[in-house]
Every structure is written in structure tokens, then in C-alpha cells.
Design a protein around this ligand. Structure first.
Ligand code: ADP
Ligand code: MG
Length: 236
């Protein structure tokens, strides 16, 4: 579904990503784990076309997408929930979700996509008329993912969906994300705390200083010395 191979990214003169290679198969959830500044957001933003790879390839459904403009990448079926949620404060919850149905017209009807977003995040249904500014941090995270889902994507890219959330709400959002994979969608999650990686995540990549230093299962990660050195010792 998605494959990055040897992707290098520079910001100004600094090399931020070094030969990043990762892949996510159909209806698979993978997690990119690394501490702050490791290069997670840069990796996701490069997938989304906000950054251009200086070298390497990015393919989605077998087609090269590296360097395409963001709107063209979204139109191919990749939804993005950014780190800061990117909720439009002046729009209602329903309008925030509906916007995505205009970004990628065609395919499933808008009403069906809205219904699915509310089915995955039932709490948002009750808040449909509420302004984006009147939501808690957790609700903004939900809305950001719901909006990405309303694009009707085959792949969802989620930047730190659990960041700043109370321990009570993390499993709730995790369950919603898991439900999205059961619909057959592929998910790439960036996460800075290995203890927040959901148990159902099939594969994990660890990034450190712009390099992938580990690829394997969550269990293997917990036993890997290099991984433990970088992120394993941190409490949740
Ligand atoms: N706009 C930018 N200008 C300069 N440096 C940046 C910019 N964005 C990110 N970086 C640098 O790139 C590195 C990776 O950042 P980022 O991808 O945001 O990491 P993460 O999401 O893992 O915390 C950091 O060293 C950061 O300082
Ligand atoms: Mg980040």
C-alpha cells in the first residue's frame, strides 16, 4: 500500500531524514516511534507532500508519489491528521468533517462518509453543531481523525494521535483507530512514547536522528537493546 525506500530529506542545509525505509500493507497499522526531534513529523509530512525527498522513493498503491503536491496526494486517498489536530475553530464539528468530503469528491456519498465518521467517533455526533474552538484536546484529536476518515482514504496518516491526552481517553481513541483498520484501511501512526503504542499495532519502526534503527513487532522492540537505549526506559 505505502512504501518509502531510502528517503533523504533536507530542511535548509540540514539533513533531517537519512535513508528512511518503511512500508505498510493493506489494512495494516504500523507505528513510527521516536523521541521528540527524531524525525517522525518530517517523515509524515514528506509522505503528505509538504516536503520533497532529496533522494529515495515513495510509492502508494504502486505509484510514485514523492514530490507530488499535497492536494494530489490527498486526492489519491491519503488522509492526514496533523500533530496540532488542525481543527478549524470557526467551523462546527460537522463542517470540519464535511470539508474533507469536498477535498476528495467522488466515491462514497458525503452523507455516508459523515455517518461513518460518527460511527467511529460516537462522541462527535452529539457535538455536531458545536464550534471547533469548544472542544477538549481529546475531542480535537478525534475530530482531526474523523475529518481524515471523511476523505474516504485507503491510508490514514496520524501524527501523535495520543499526545497530551489523559490515560483514560487514550484507549478510547486507540479503539476507534483499531476499528478503522478493521474497515480495511491502512494506518501509519507517529508516537513518541512506546508505552502508548497500541497492542494491536502489527509492526513498529523506531526512528532516531532521522534514521530507522529498528523494524519489528512491539514484543521484539521491548527486547531490543538499541530501542531500549533510545526510548524503552521512559515511563508512560
Ligand atoms: N521547519 C523546520 N526548520 C528547521 N528544522 C526543522 C523544521 N522542522 C523540523 N526540523 C528539525 O528536524 C528534526 C526532526 O523534527 P520532527 O520531524 O518534527 O521530529 P519529531 O516529529 O520526531 O519530533 C528536528 O531536529 C527539528 O529540529
Ligand atoms: Mg512530531
Amino acid at each position: 500500500m505505502l512504501e518509502l525506500r531510502d528517503v533523504d530529506v533536507f530542511i535548509d542545509a540540514s539533513q533531517i531524514l537519512r535513508k528512511v525505509t518503511l512500508s505498510a500493507g493493506e489494512s495494516e497499522a504500523i507505528c513510527l516511534v521516536g523521541r521528540n526531534g527524531a524525525g517522525k513529523t518530517t517523515t509524515l509530512r514528506t509522505i503528505m507532500g509538504y516536503r520533497r525527498p532529496a533522494a529515495g522513493t515513495i510509492t502508494f498503491k504502486g505509484e510514485a508519489i514523492g514530490g507530488l503536491p499535497t492536494h494530489a496526494i490527498a486526492a489519491r486517498g491519503i488522509g492526514f491528521a496533523p500533530e496540532d489536530s488542525g481543527v478549524f475553530a470557526d467551523l462546527s464539528v460537522a463542517e470540519n468533517i464535511e470539508i474533507a468530503t469536498w477535498t476528495r469528491p467522488g466515491g462514497r456519498p458525503a452523507a455516508e462518509r459523515l455517518a461513518l465518521a460518527y460511527e467511529i467517533f460516537p462522541r462527535l455526533r452529539g457535538y455536531a453543531a458545536r464550534g471547533g474552538a469548544q472542544l477538549s484536546g481529546g475531542e480535537r484529536k478525534m475530530l482531526s481523525i474523523a475529518r481524515a476518515l471523511a476523505l474516504d482514504p485507503d491510508l490514514l496518516v496520524l501524527d501523535e494521535p495520543f499526545e497530551g491526552l489523559s490515560p483514560a481517553i487514550i484507549p478510547l481513541i486507540g479503539e476507534s483507530i483499531s476499528a478503522i483498520t478493521r474497515l480495511g484501511r491502512t494506518i501509519v501512526i507517529a508516537e513518541s512514547n512506546i508505552h502508548h503504542v497500541p497492542a494491536w499495532t502489527r509492526r513498529l519502526y523506531v526512528i532516531e536522528r532521522g534514521e530507522i534503527i529498528f523494524a519489528g513487532t512491539l514484543d521484539e522492540a521491548h527486547r531490543d537493546r538499541a530501542v531500549l537505549r533510545v526510548i524503552g526506559g521512559r515511563a508512560s
